[in-house]
Design a protein around this ligand. Sequence first.
Ligand SMILES: Cc1cc2nc3c(=O)[nH]c(=O)nc-3n(C[C@H](O)[C@H](O)[C@H](O)COP(=O)(O)OP(=O)(O)OC[C@H]3O[C@@H](n4cnc5c(N)ncnc54)[C@H](O)[C@@H]3O)c2cc1C
Length: 405
Amino acid sequence: MADFSGKESGDSGNGSGSGSRRSADMASVELALFSRLFILSPDSPTIAIIGAGLTGLLAAHGLHKNGFKAVVFDKDPGPDVRERDWTMLMHWALPMLTELLPEDILADLPQAFCNPHLDFNEDAESLPCYNALTGTSCSGALSRMSKTEDGSAVVLEFEGGDKFEAERVLGADGVSSKARELLAGEERARVQRSGFLFATGITRYGDADKTEAIMKLHPVAALMMGTSSVGAVGTMAVDDPQDKSTWTTFWVKIWRGESVHLRDQEALNYIERETSALSGVFQSAIDWTPEGSRVFIDEMKYWVPVPWDNLGGRATLAGDAAHPMLIYRGQGLQHCITDVRNYVDSLVRVRGGADAAKVMQELDDEVVARGAKAVQQSLQEAEKSLDLETIRKMLMVTQGHGRSA
Ligand SMILES: Cc1cc2nc3c(=O)[nH]c(=O)nc-3n(C[C@H](O)[C@H](O)[C@H](O)COP(=O)(O)OP(=O)(O)OC[C@H]3O[C@@H](n4cnc5c(N)ncnc54)[C@H](O)[C@@H]3O)c2cc1C
C-alpha cells in the first residue's frame, strides 16, 4: 500500500505544459511515477485508488499535490513485474499532466523519453504516415466493493482477505477492470473483443545501419497504411547517442484476424505465416528481428462506457478501466490524464462545499460521454485503416493526433 498523505514538500507551482508530442516508454514513465510512492503515514487515508498503472499513479500525485490523502492498491508488487513494454505519444494532454505532477517528477520525466538526446523540433513532433503501396505496493487484487451501512464510506475487499475502508474509491485498474465489474455489473462491464490483432516487437539490432534505416523514416516513430495491415516503427531507447548499434527500436503490426495470444518466436512465426507483408523498411524491421527478442501478439479489446453505480458519488472509474479503446491515434493516455485532472478538480470543488453527489455524478456523466465517443472513434479508425479508399477519411489523416473526443 502506498500512502500519499502529504508527507512530502516541494509541490509548489505547475510545470510548463508545452503541448508537444513526445514519445516515452511505458515502463520508464511508470517507474518515474512509482519511485515516489513509498512514504507511509500513520494517518488514515481517505481516497483508495485501485490500480497502480499510469492513471492510478497520476491520480495519487494529483491528489497529493492538492492536499488529499490517497492510497494506491495494485494486484502486482511493483512495476518490475510488468512484462510488456511499449511507447506512448503524449500530445494534447501534456499541459494537464504538468498540472498534476510535482516539479521534481516533471524535471525527471525527460529520462523516460525514448530518445532523450533528440532535438525536438517541428519535424520530430510530427508523425509521418507512409503509403504502403509505394513504400505501489501490493494488497492483492480487488474482489469486492460495498458501501458502509450509513453510506459514509466504501469497504474494499481484496483476494487474500485484506479489507480497507475509504471515503472514496477511484477504479483505475485497466482494460479488464474489476472495479468496473463491481460498479456496472458483470454483463454490462464485460470487455469486448475487437477482432483486430496487435503485434509489437522490441528489437536491438546491434547494427547501426539497420537502426539508421528506421531513423530515416522518422526520428521518433512512423506509420504505414494502405494494405490489409498497418505497420509502425520507431525508437524505444537510446544507450549511446553516438552509436546507433546500441539503440533499441520497436515495430508494430496490426491486422484483422483470429484471436491469438502469442509471445516471442512463436509470435514471430505466426506473423510471417499468417499475415500479409508490409513494404520497405516496415517489413525489414520485422524480418531483422534478432533471435531472443520480445515479441507480443494480443487482440485489442474495448468497452464502450455506459453509466455505472457510483455508490452515491463515492466510487468512480478512470483511465482504461473507464474507456478501454483501440490504440489508434494514441488517445488512451490523453483521456486517462483528462480523467484524473477532472477527478482532482471535482474533489477540490466538493471540499469547497459543492454538493458531493451532484459533482461526482456530473464527473461520471462527462467521462461516460467523452469515453464512449473516443472508444467508438477508435473502432471506426480501425475499420478505416485497412483500406486505401477509407484511410483518407480517418481522423488520423484529417485531424492527426489532435483531440476529437
Ligand atoms: C501498444 C500500446 C500503445 C499505446 N500508445 C499510446 C499512445 O501513443 N498515446 C496514448 O495516449 N495512449 C497510448 N496507449 C494507451 C495507454 O497506454 C493506456 O491508455 C494507459 O497506459 C492505461 O493506463 P491505466 O493506468 O488506465 O491502465 P493500466 O496501465 O492497465 O493499469 C491498471 C493497473 O491496475 C492493476 N489491476 C488490475 N486489476 C486489478 C485488481 N483487480 N485489483 C488491483 N489492481 C488491479 C494492474 O496491475 C495495473 O497496474 C497505448 C496502449 C498500448 C497497449
